[in-house]
Ligand binder design. Structure first.
Ligand code: SF4
Ligand code: SF4
Length: 639
């Protein structure tokens, strides 16, 4: 790269790296660029000069070394460079489906729900052992066997024989050989426990939170509680010295409580759990009745839970896979081993790249190990080519070297082809990167900004309150409140609402007084939150669309006004306008980098999130809310 050192300006052929991803706060800009997985931050002033290529030559040189400045046409060569790194298929994971039958009926299961027949298969020991030998002889330095199903432990003979066989072969092969079992946790035996301990098996047990949440999605066939079965057996295996980790699938029931679940796991299993992994919502070909559509929310929740797990030394796989790539400054081109690093031995003996296609049989073939060649298998070769650097839509994406592509099966469901995009990751990656940048550059949280209605003050039913007032004043709705909120970015300004419904200027103040009375009548203070704020012990400001006076009166009535450093109501600006938050930052003197904002919905969190604040979702009015999760997760997020 050339710089004109005499004039101190950058030559024409240099430009800002087109792969830079950034977000800004009031004062600073934080950026990620895929070259060596670089994270950086600049003041906005510095950044304005950098962007206009108006910097001194020595700084330009340093920016060139960091690839913040690049030569024009950089992106073409850049993609080609990483295409070369993809290489040929290399076997490192073997899924053994010991049976495709299951004793559970989990509502979201994309394996069981993909079968359009009741017929199920059970793997045969001698056939599987031949494939184990094939894998041992044809894998690279690291090989992991994963027993999967259905419920793999239903086929005891296969699991025990295959594990014993793998153990016997360990001495013969100079490679790292690991064994995992993904189970619903319903089956325990001393024989299993002894074998798992001896063979250093990682037992990954599915548990989607405490009983109240877990059992809404995870359902046994005979009507027992899935939680009770798994919970008891988790402890039995732990007590026997088996390595246990937890697999948490995200559903519409637990999505609002992932950080709480993280702290619940910390408190419940007290350091005995090896690691955890979050599974973003997945679908079968027939859908998923309890899925979550908002993947920004999914990632925000995963990340806050990750922060808690990290604090207590518990490894969370979903975030760590990317974070490790950043730490090692290496590209993460493939997140799923199915794309050229894995075979699945189905229970009927067929071979394919991905367990999600077992039900449909697509990509699976009937072949004997003696005739099989993993590296030249056409299906494996096709899957091996799946990575963002080979995709037109990903070519300009800043996350091309960290995304890892997501799940080709999911892409095939949504785009009709395994070569399509797993758009869940397109939504999740910017959120994950924002949070990684915050953890890297922000200091400690210095103040709390807090939503009021339904976060600190839990209200009664809004529709009923409005109806009560409408009845008193004989108001006939021209527009109902849900429609009104829809048309007003999800917010209800009561004055505007009643005016829109024909209340005159002369009447409106009386109507509002009646509304406030009815509104307050059905309300109760979130006392758990007050207790947490006491423990957090940071200046706390309330941000609300109510009037300051009403909120202060209510805090006084509840004798908690002393816990708050200030209330920002609707007198000057209203949420979610930019001016509202700018006014709060200016008046309090806190910068977005120093704030944790606590609110009850994504609609409430996102406007201040866009200023670069850290945020926490607290949904005490969610119908799945359970007091079991009233733990110290918020305190963790503030430390
Ligand atoms: S394609 Fe999806 S379901 Fe299949 S192995 Fe990869 S991540 Fe898993
Ligand atoms: S799948 Fe989406 S996030 Fe991932 S590299 Fe492609 S465009 Fe970017």
């Amino acid at each position: 790269m050339n710089f004109n050192t005499k004039l101190g300006v950058v030559l024409d052929q240099v430009e800002l790296n087109p792969y830079i991803y950034s977000f800004e706060t009031l004062d600073n800009i934080y950026l990620y660029l895929p070259y060596k997985q670089t994270l950086a931050s600049f003041s906005k002033e510095e950044w304005a000069r950098i962007k206009s290529l108006n910097v001194e030559s020595n700084i330009a040189k340093a920016l060139g070394e960091k690839k913040i400045y690049v030569e024009q046409g950089y992106s073409e060569n850049f993609i080609e460079l990483y295409k070369k790194q993809i290489g040929s298929p290399s076997l490192r994971i073997v899924y053994i489906i010991s049976t495709d039958a299951c004793n559970f009926n989990c509502r979201y299961c994309f394996i069981e729900n993909n079968f359009n027949t009741q017929n199920r298969s059970t793997a045969k020991v001698d056939e599987v052992i031949k494939w184990v030998d094939y894998a041992l002889a044809n894998s690279n330095d690291e090989l992991r066997f994963i027993f999967y199903g259905g419920e793999p432990l239903l086929n005891k003979e296969l699991v025990l024989n295959a594990i014993n066989h793998i153990n016997e072969q360990r001495q013969k092969y100079h490679k790292s050989i690991a064994i995992s079992i993904n189970t619903n946790g319903s089956i325990y035996s001393d024989e299993f426990a002894d074998t798992f301990k001896k063979s250093r098996v990682n037992l990954s047990i599915s548990l989607d939170g405490p009983k109240e949440l877990n059992d809404k999605g995870r359902v046994t066939k005979i009507g027992d509680s899935a939680f009770d079965l798994a919970f008891e057996n988790i402890w039995k295996y732990i007590d026997k010295g088996v390595n246990v980790s937890l697999s948490i699938t995200i559903t519409k029931y637990n999505i609002n409580f992932l950080p709480q679940i993280a702290r619940w796991i910390v408190d419940t299993f007290k350091g005995k759990i090896n690691g955890v992994g979050f599974n973003p919502p997945m679908e079968s070909e027939f859908g998923n009745p309890i899925t979550v559509e908002d993947f920004k929310l999914v990632m925000l929740q995963i990340y806050n839970a990750f922060r808690i797990f990290k604090k207590y030394g518990i490894y969370e796989d979903r975030v760590m896979r990317r974070l490790n790539a950043i730490i090692d400054e290496r590209p993460h081109l493939k997140d799923c081993a199915g794309v050229g690093n894995q075979i699945v031995i189905a229970a009927d003996g067929k071979i394919g790249p991905c367990q999600a296609f077992i039900g449909s049989g697509r990509y699976f073939k009937d072949i004997a190990p003696e005739e099989y060649n993993f590296k030249s298998d056409e299906t494996i070769l096709e899957w091996n080519s799946i990575t963002p650097v080979n995709k037109e839509e990903c070519k300009k994406c800043p996350f091309i070297l960290i995304c890892g592509n997501g799940c080709p099966y999911y892409a095939s469901l949504k785009d009709g082809t395994i070569h399509g995009l797993d758009r869940r990751y397109c939504e999740m990656l910017p959120i994950m990167m924002n949070e990684i940048l915050k953890d890297n550059f922000y200091g400690k949280i210095k103040a709390i900004f807090l939503d009021y209605d339904d976060t600190l003050m839990l209200r009664g039913n809004l529709g009923e309150v409005l109806d009560e007032v409408a009845k008193i004043f004989g108001i006939v709705y021209k527009i109902d409140y849900k429609k009104f909120m829809e048309e007003n970015a999800g917010y209800l300004n009561v004055r505007d609402f009643f005016v829109a419904n024909g209340v005159s200027e002369a009447e409106i103040n009386k109507v509002i007084v009646a509304y406030i009375k009815a509104f307050k009548k059905g309300s109760r203070l979130n006392t758990w939150l007050i207790e947490q704020l006491k423990k957090i012990n940071l200046p706390t400001f309330i941000l609300t669309n109510n009037s300051e006076r009403m909120v202060i009166d209510e805090l006084r009535e509840n004798r908690v006004e002393g816990y708050f450093a200030g209330v920002f109501g609707n007198s000057l600006y209203k949420k979610p306008s930019k001016e509202f938050y700018e006014h709060v930052f200016k008046t309090t003197g806190y910068r977005p980098e120093e704030i944790l904002y606590i609110g009850d919905s994504m609609r409430d969190l996102l406007p201040i999130y866009n200023f670069g604040c850290r945020v926490a979702l607290l949904s005490p009015k969610d119908e799945n809310y359970t007091q079991i999760l009233e733990n110290e997760w918020l305190v963790d997020l503030c430390q």
